[in-house]
Write a protein that binds this ligand. Sequence first.
Ligand SMILES: N[C@@H](CCC(=O)N[C@@H](CS)C(=O)NCC(=O)O)C(=O)O
Length: 220
Amino acid sequence: MTEALDTPILYNFRRCPYAMRARLALVSAGLTVEVREIILRDKPDHMLEISPKGTVPVLWLGDRVIDESRDIMDWALAQNDPAGWLDMPTAGNDWIAQIEGPFKSALDRYKYATRYDDVDATEERDTARDILMTVDAQLCHHDWLFGDTPCLADMATITFVRQYANVDRAWFDAQPWSGVKSWLERFLASDQFANIMQKYPRWQVGDPSIYFPDANRSET
Ligand SMILES: N[C@@H](CCC(=O)N[C@@H](CS)C(=O)NCC(=O)O)C(=O)O
């Protein structure tokens, strides 16, 4: 019988939008984890042992594995939610479902069109754009999706919007959606984003523990 770890272990990949949103929730909940940075083409044996599906993020609690980013967010915020991210209207869950489903599907086909048969990248780009445009007006009225502060619906989705914007930054910047653009800019300029994007060396068996968030950084 394995026991709960004092400090959970996070198998992580810095640029993965799923891992990014998990880290955002861990920071917001004030939790510390041991971070093990991986590379996707050579995953650690222990990570695959505890989560054979082989996606990041994976949170290892010692007596339990959480290997879906949304579940990591929910687990973290259930313990501590000082910023009130869970306080959101039901439309927040609808928005998260839109982004995780049709938006992400179109984003992958837009970004990696050559990996799919018979995909028109421009059509996929525009499908995703139409989804973003449904929230542009509300983001013109306030800084975050449902008010002046971010909630789970912002933080569970904005890392995918960042990925979308980066496929063709010049095209994204030329679009007329001022609400969505300022939402993303606000996030990219935030301390939270800086905090989750610090770099960690690739983890190898036997390495000393490295913690996330970095104590020195999180005090700033
Ligand atoms: N549903 C999963 C998806 C995670 C996911 O697909 N992560 C990608 C990286 S962004 C991954 O690990 N892919 C496996 C691979 O490329 O080998 C979650 O929410 O955690």
